[in-house]
Design a protein around this ligand. Structure first.
Ligand code: BES
Ligand code: MN
Ligand code: ZN
Length: 488
């Protein structure tokens, strides 16, 4: 979608629809437009058909101004306003208008000057509205015979504050859409090999991509990772991206990249198993972040690590009771082959620290079902060994509203994953399984500052939300980019 910023009046602009955001129960600030259109706006407000409730929409066909339609969109009560409510209203407004077949839309920013001056100092309210709008228009139509042709081609923003970073907006939204496409693609078209080719396609002057094959990993002693791929005919691909953006710190981003998780010999129930194509959401987020970091010229260095493999049962698959040795030398007893994420991540984290000595490691993974049980789809679980790093992630998440909630990694959890026959085991049973998974990873991070985001509950949405269509959500992409923006 094209964004045009103009400084002409709402009455003059000629668009398929003019969007007028309104607060609930406060004065109609569009009296001039109301008058020009014969009082239609005050009529729907008087009749209580439109109250300004958050995300409420009313479409008016009008005469007297240059646009043929006005879309009233509710922002809720002025006293309750937040950046995310503005983002939601933007999502609702733009997706609604696309449904009506509008090809272009004009947004009045008049109401945003009514917000308190200190509101979201870092960004402008119009930014959130447009961001929500752009995000809401994502669709995944690769496998549909007839594409839904409806599309809003242009948005005209009237009277927005200067200083909105269009580059940031467009790049981060494209990164989100890029990640969503990867995640929504079914596993037959998103194998480790295909994912590695996509990673290579984003290589360039600042991004170098290398892919470790099975034999390379055997040499490195990455048995934990390799044990997961043994049941599959698809070869594993350990995808490593190096982004060099300047003299700043080197950070490692590790993304769980299980292109399909059947559970392996500890097979999952059939119901809902089709969703397990989204078990590479962490890896997709890392790819998208690195792509965007390069487009935005972020002045830091990142290494992205995607341990990609399928997790399938088969004649040569790993079996419960097997013991494997990770790159760090630790032996792991595999209690449950469905706890595969931590196995591939243990080796990826170990590799990152051994070869890159990063200042910090951030891990993004659809790691546990217990994460959804604890937090639903409202927040990712945050764990780590470094409070400063976790505070920075929390701060970054406030702005993007990809919320995180910190969970404890008490040393007592070590007991839960103690094995009788190996150094550690990959499952501590049901109790505390969200945090014991985190604790398992911590054992491979050692002294390196490390944080882990469990996005199992947030990476997929079963229903349409105001600016997030159902399916892959690309959870973490905007959050990590916002975090990187502040890193020196
Ligand atoms: N990929 C799953 C976690 C998951 C479950 C993500 C549901 C999204 C939705 C992970 O590999 C897994 O199977 N975890 C097990 C671990 C258990 C066997 C210790 C789980 O959480 O049930
Ligand atoms: Mn699993
Ligand atoms: Zn998994």
């Amino acid at each position: 979608m094209n964004l045009l910023f103009k400084n002409i009046s709402e009455q003059e602009i000629k668009a398929d629809a003019l969007i007028l955001p309104l607060f609930e129960g406060s004065d109609n600030i569009y009296s001039d437009i109301n008058k020009a259109t014969g009082g239609l706006i005050s009529d729907v407000i008087k009749s209580k058909e439109f109250t300004g409730k958050l995300n409420q929409t009313t479409l008016l066909h009008v005469k007297g101004i240059n646009s043929n339609r006005i879309l009233l969109i509710g922002l809720g009560k002025q006293s309750d306003i937040t950046p995310d409510r503005i983002r939601q209203a933007g999502g609702k407004a733009f997706s609604y208008l696309r449904g009506t077949g509008s090809k272009n839309a004009a947004l009045s920013c008049r109401i945003f000057s009514k917000l308190p001056k200190n509101f979201a100092a870092s960004q402008m309210p119009a930014f959130y509205f447009i961001e929500g709008g752009l995000l809401s228009l994502y669709r995944f139509e690769r496998y549909k015979k007839s594409e839904n042709g409806k599309e809003i081609k242009t948005a005209i923003i009237l009277g927005a504050d200067k200083g909105i970073s269009i580059k940031w907006l467009k790049t981060t939204v494209s990164a989100v859409n890029f990640a969503k496409d990867l995640i929504n693609t079914p596993s037959n078209d998103m194998t480790p090999a295909i994912l590695s080719r996509i990673a290579k396609s984003i290589s360039g002057k600042k991004i170098k991509v290398k892919v470790l094959e099975k034999k390379d990993m055997e040499k490195e002693g990455m048995e934990a990772y390799l044990s997961v791929s043994k049941g599959s005919a698809e070869p594993p691909k350990f995808i490593i991206l190096e982004y060099k953006g300047g003299k700043g710190a080197l950070l490692a981003l590790v993304g769980k990249s299980i292109t399909f998780d059947s559970g392996g010999i500890s097979l999952k129930p059939a119901e809902g198993m089709e969703k397990m194509k989204y078990d590479m959401s962490g890896g997709a987020a890392v790819l998208a972040v690195i792509k965007a970091a390069s487009e935005l010229n972020l002045p830091l260095n990142i290494v992205g690590l995607l341990p990609a493999t399928e997790n399938l049962p088969g004649g040569s698959a790993s079996k419960p009771g097997d013991i494997v040795k990770a790159i760090t030398g630790k032996t792991i007893e595999i209690i449950n082959t469905d706890a595969e994420g931590r196995l591939v991540l243990a080796d990826a984290i170990g590799y990152a620290i051994k070869y890159y000595k990063p200042k910090a490691v951030i891990n993004i993974a659809t790691l546990t079902g217990a994460c959804s049980i604890a937090l639903g789809s409202e927040a990712a679980a945050l764990m780590g060994n470094n409070e400063g790093l976790m505070e920075k992630l929390k701060k970054a998440s406030e702005d993007t509203y990809e919320r995180v909630w910190q969970m404890p990694l008490y040393e007592e959890y070590k007991e839960y994953i103690k094995s009788d026959v190996a150094d550690i085991k990959n499952s501590g049973g049901r109790n505390g399984s969200l945090v014991t998974a985190g604790y398992f990873l911590k054992e491979f991070a050692g002294d390196t500052p490390w944080a882990h985001l469990d996005i199992a509950g947030t990476a997929w949405s079963d229903k349409d939300k105001p600016y997030t269509p159902k399916g892959a959500t690309a959870m973490g992409v905007r959050l990590v980019l916002n975090f990187l923006k502040e890193i020196k």
